[in-house]
Design a protein around this ligand. Structure first.
Ligand SMILES: Cc1ncc(COP(=O)(O)O)c(C=O)c1O
Ligand SMILES: N[C@@H](CCOP(=O)(O)O)C(=O)O
Length: 578
């Protein structure tokens, strides 16, 4: 068995062990920072620690805070020059009181989480076209080269902190053992594995759709040989993996015996952690010598499971002056169709879906409805976090009835539940015109085809960066190599700039291009001087040839088949470790 401190697969910085919590736990009655509701109407009075460890509410809903805190007075001047970690501390402290995690501990967890990032600014803001006010927010400088590291480094350390606190003085089967189950279309899996590999009292099971993640993503996950890491290659789509994970959470038996934990963005801590970079980008802009305070800011987000952009929505609700959040989808465009029509339907109903599963722009539809695109991490039909936005939209609609707060919240939960029942039974639902209007106040949306994605990768490689700095992806001076997901954001940004010139556009760059050789090679192989080897970080060289460990899950195994694998593997682990 490899030593968990010895990096396998990825060359990683050495991690410091988690410190023992600085204060004695005050039995089990940590004063909760605030309580959390379920988007399906339940209110369980749970604390931050409880929602982080549970992941999903028992009614199948997602947790949301009862109150979205407002920003402190003078936040703009007080936070202007803070580092990423200092900013994360200020934001997280609005949700987590020191009685739940003492401030010194929270600071230490945050600092440790971001010490693994390669960029000193953690998430640097790079000017892509200063004339057009277009900036790229590079979120891929963490250990696995994807934006997921920002939240999953923190979540891994939070899990560890809570488990150390719960398990003090306990031995053997008395110890709280967490069984993390997650679904991935490529990036969450490796970021979660990296955040949790070798951690005590945690087993990790990651389900990925076999053959539908990029070869580097697959290797990043399956070459990690730590005993507590289990990769499951599922015959099916990402949505099948996500449905299986949700079915496991809905099963009281496994939930009780194995203490399931979530690493997907259904876990509230993922969203909370991601709000930091929206603020960080805002302050990076404000500190720039060219900043014009009369210009507004838009954030453009390549979107799949709706977790990344939802963090922006929370930042906006807290008070960040984001004029709009722009949803950028690939050809799996359920979200774009929602903003255009008010219908949330699994199956495309507008003109782009042509007969025989071939769309007008040449995209192939899979028999299961998901198109395989050049941005595979966003090949998702049902975006789980959209449910959280639906709750807020339903809440505001219900508030029009001017009833008390309890009634309004209950009403919102019931509305969400009824929409989701329709999604399950009829494949879709429609919202009231007022709700669509409310959704349009904060959001716009764009759909970007594969052909457009390739066009954008080419364009920005061929166009020198306006200030001539070395870009963060390859060291190439002049042009910029975008990964296909980030390219979708940039394509949507250019369209948004046409509608809203004189507005800053912060386009979120969600992965390093080396993870997606297929799209990058397709776009750039004929460009003079281009070589994919120059894009490849040292950490990826030879990765695909390393020893792998993976469990195959045949089509038809169902969630019960996965449950059996999880139960058996956890039992083996517990036997060998205790
Ligand atoms: C590289 C990349 N870009 C964009 C996304 C979409 O993010 P979200 O699912 O939070 O909408 C993902 C996956 O989630 C991803 O891995
Ligand atoms: N694109 C994701 C899909 C899972 O999304 P999550 O944000 O809910 O974890 C991936 O790369 O796995």
């Amino acid at each position: 068995m490899p030593d968990s401190a010895t990096p396998v697969g990825l060359a990683v910085p050495t991690r410091k062990p988690a410190p023992v919590p600085t204060e004695e736990p005050k039995d089990t009655t940590h004063t909760p920072s605030q309580r959390y509701l379920s988007t399906r109407g339940g209110s369980y009075g749970l604390s931050f620690e409880e929602v982080v460890l549970k992941g999903l509410a028992v009614d199948g809903g997602l947790f949301i805070p009862e109150e979205v805190p407002s920003l402190p007075r003078d936040w703009e001047s007080k936070w202007l020059n803070l580092s990423f970690s200092e900013l994360a501390f200020e934001i997280l402290s609005l949700y987590i009181s020191p009685s739940e995690i003492p401030s010194a501990d929270l600071k230490e967890i945050i600092n440790r989480s971001y010490s693994t990032f390669r960029a000193p600014e953690t998430t640097p803001l790079v000017p892509l076209d200063e004339k057009d006010n277009l900036y790229l927010l590079e979120l891929f400088h963490g250990p696995t080269f994807a934006f997921k590291d920002v939240a999953l480094q923190l979540l891994g350390n939070l899990f560890e902190y809570f488990l150390v606190r719960r398990n003090q003085g306990k031995t053997g089967r008395e110890r709280h053992h967490l069984t993390v189950v997650g679904a991935t279309s490529g990036d969450t899996g490796s970021a979660a594995i990296y955040g949790l590999r070798g951690k005590k009292d945690v087993s990790v099971f990651i389900l990925h759709p076999k053959g539908r993640v990029s070869p580097i993503q697959e290797a990043q996950m399956t070459t990690v040989l730590d005993a507590n890491v289990h990769n499951l290659a599922v015959e099916g789509t990402f949505d099948d993996c996500q449905d299986t994970v949700k079915a496991l959470f809905a099963d009281p038996k496994i939930n009780e015996t194995l203490n399931l934990g979530a690493v997907n963005s259904i876990n509230w801590a993922r969203i909370l952690a991601q709000t930091t970079y929206y603020f960080h980008a805002y302050f990076s802009l404000k500190r720039s010598p060219l900043y014009n305070p009369t210009q507004k800011v838009r954030y453009v987000v390549p979107t799949g499971n709706f977790g990344d952009i939802l963090a922006g929505y929370f930042a906006k609700r807290m008070g960040l002056p984001a004029e709009k959040l722009v949803v950028a989808t690939n050809e799996n465009d359920i979200l774009d169709r929602f903003w255009k029509t008010g219908h949330y339907e699994k199956k495309a109903v507008h003109g782009v879906e042509a007969e025989g599963g071939i769309a007008a722009d040449g995209a192939k539809a899979h028999e299961d409805g998901v198109k395989e695109t050049l941005s595979p991490a966003m090949d998702i039909l049902v975006s789980s976090n959209f449910e959280r936005l639906l709750w807020f939209l339903a809440y505001e609609y219900a508030a029009g009835a001017k009833m008390d707060e309890e009634w309004t919240k209950r009403q919102a939960g019931q509305e969400v539940e009824s929409w989701l029942k329709h999604l399950k039974s009829k494949g879709g639902f429609s919202v009231q015109p007022e709700i669509l209007e409310a959704a349009k106040k904060d959001f716009e949306s764009e759909r970007v085809s594969d052909a457009q994605t390739i066009g954008i990768i080419k364009l920005f490689y061929a166009t020198p960066i306006s200030n001539g700095t070395t870009n963060g992806t390859s060291g190439y001076k002049g042009g910029y190599i975008l990964d296909p997901h980030s390219a979708i954001g940039v394509a949507a940004s250019l369209r948004s700039i046409n509608r809203a010139p004189d507005t800053y556009h912060v386009s979120l760059a969600t992965a390093h291009p080396a993870k997606f050789s297929n799209a990058v090679e397709l776009a750039l192989k004929e460009e003079p001087g281009f070589s994919f080897d120059n894009v490849l970080p040292q950490e990826f060289v030879g990765l695909e040839k390393k020893e792998k460990r993976v469990i195959a899950v045949p089509r038809g195994a169902g969630w019960e088949g996965v449950r059996k694998i999880v139960e058996d593997e956890v039992e083996k682990e517990l036997k060998s470790s205790r």
